[in-house]
Design a binder for this molecule. Structure first.
Ligand SMILES: *Cc1c(COP(=O)(O)O)cnc(C)c1O
Length: 389
């Protein structure tokens, strides 16, 4: 057993990021300015985006996109129950109604047959989440949404660097929000990026900075002026140059990070697919997986311990794990407001009870990965329920 505790998701920034932040701190501009602009430009180039706005968080991006699309009271937004609460919360923020659907058993992405069944004349937006970094079937989703005039707003919090049929996630005309939270594949401590058509991004940029027609950097630079007009009561969602300093270098390093994540995921899958007590994550052939999470599912009918005990056993072996996610409909607010019961989404409920996320980050050594594999296989085989003869 390993001697020290392996954290589920430790932070490891490089000297380049640190030097860039210091450079910003010594400059005369620390909030939204030249580095944020460069970060947006680099992001657009790297992922072939139409346009991009750097923001305070992914949550801000999702909220801003809904607001810029004019979504409000009486509108319905369809999303997955297998996500972080921010995805559903932003729908509430604009006064619309979140309509949850269950997930596919293999990818745990939203089930498109259930999306189709949930569409009503009030449906304005569908919010897919590229769960764990595995892209949603975007062609099929577009075929559902586009003829009905429904906008797709992608929650790509897990999917920076992911591809669908060779195209980067975030390269479309529709809005797509990325997260740069401390635990995400690319981090700026807190931060996010909204991508999509230039027209919608122009709107989002204004609405994301008080609804003002000129941003502060332009106002205070030599070429700017003191004059601005408020076009709408907007929000304060801008990214700072301190955050962008981290993003500039994280973006350059992302391809290397992704390669290491994929290597680790492959090592886990190789080790666990041989064990018939464990269910490993799938990767469809036409996607590039971002591997934000490695979600293992236990074959609970063959194990004498439940998931929670399994996690305790992992902790006892000095391995940190987590669970992604507690489905939205189980949380008191959503359960009570919309009258959900746990069995309303049986696939998500079953997955939730059997899942745990293993450590997956570029800083893991091969020895760390071996420790995780050893712990999982040891716990599984010690708690194996033999089938009746
Ligand atoms: C992390 C996360 C978010 C929120 O990202 P922030 O940048 O922290 O706002 C939204 N959706 C999903 C699926 C996430 O995992």
């Amino acid at each position: 057993m390993r001697a020290d505790f392996l954290k589920f998701n430790p932070l490891k920034l490089g000297e380049e990021e640190i030097a860039e932040v210091v450079d910003t701190l010594r400059s005369e501009w620390i909030t939204t300015g030249p580095k944020t602009k460069r970060f947006e430009e680099d992001f657009v180039r790297q992922f072939d985006c139409k346009s991009a706005v750097a923001l305070a968080s992914c949550t801000a991006g999702l909220h801003l996109a809904l607001a810029a699309l004019g979504i409000g009271k009486r509108d319905e937004v369809i999303t997955t129950c297998m996500t972080f609460t921010a995805t559903a919360n932003v729908i509430e923020h604009v006064g619309a109604t979140p309509v949850l659907v269950d997930v596919e058993p293999d990818t745990l992405n939203l089930d498109l047959a259930q999306v189709e069944a949930a569409i009503t004349p009030r449906t304005k937006v569908i919010m897919p989440v590229h769960y764990a970094g595995h892209p949603v079937e975007m062609d099929a989703l577009r075929a559902l949404a586009e003829p009905r005039g429904i906008t797709i707003l992608e929650d790509a919090a897990h999917a920076v660097g992911a591809t669908y049929r060779g195209r980067p996630i975030g390269s479309g005309e529709n809005p797509c929000a990325f997260s740069f939270y401390a635990t995400k594949n690319l981090t700026t401590a807190e931060g996010g990026m909204l991508t999509g058509s230039a027209e919608l991004m122009d709107k989002a940029r204004i609405l994301g900075l008080h609804g003002m027609s000129r941003d502060a950097w332009k106002r205070y630079s030599k070429s700017g002026s003191w004059f601005y007009e408020v076009l709408a009561p907007g929000f304060k969602y801008n990214m700072t140059d301190i955050q962008a300093s981290l993003g500039l270098w994280q973006l350059k390093k992302l391809a290397g990070f992704q390669q290491r994540r994929a290597e680790i995921a492959a090592a886990y899958t190789k080790a666990f697919s041989a064990c018939d007590l464990l269910e490993t994550p799938v990767v469809r052939p036409h996607v590039g997986h971002a591997w934000h999470l490695y979600v293992l599912r236990l074959k609970s009918e063959r194990l004498s311990i439940a998931r929670n005990r399994f996690i305790d056993e992992m902790t006892a072996r000095n391995i940190g794990t987590s669970v992604h996610f507690i489905p939205i409909h189980l949380h008191p607010y959503y359960r009570e407001t919309y009258g959900y019961s746990p069995e309303d989404f049986p696939v998500a409920l079953d997955a939730y009870h059997r899942m745990l996320s293993l450590p997956l980050h570029p800083g893991l050594t091969d020895a760390d990965v071996a420790d995780v594999i050893e712990a999982v296989l040891d716990i599984a085989t010690k708690n194996y329920v033999r089938r009746a003869a």
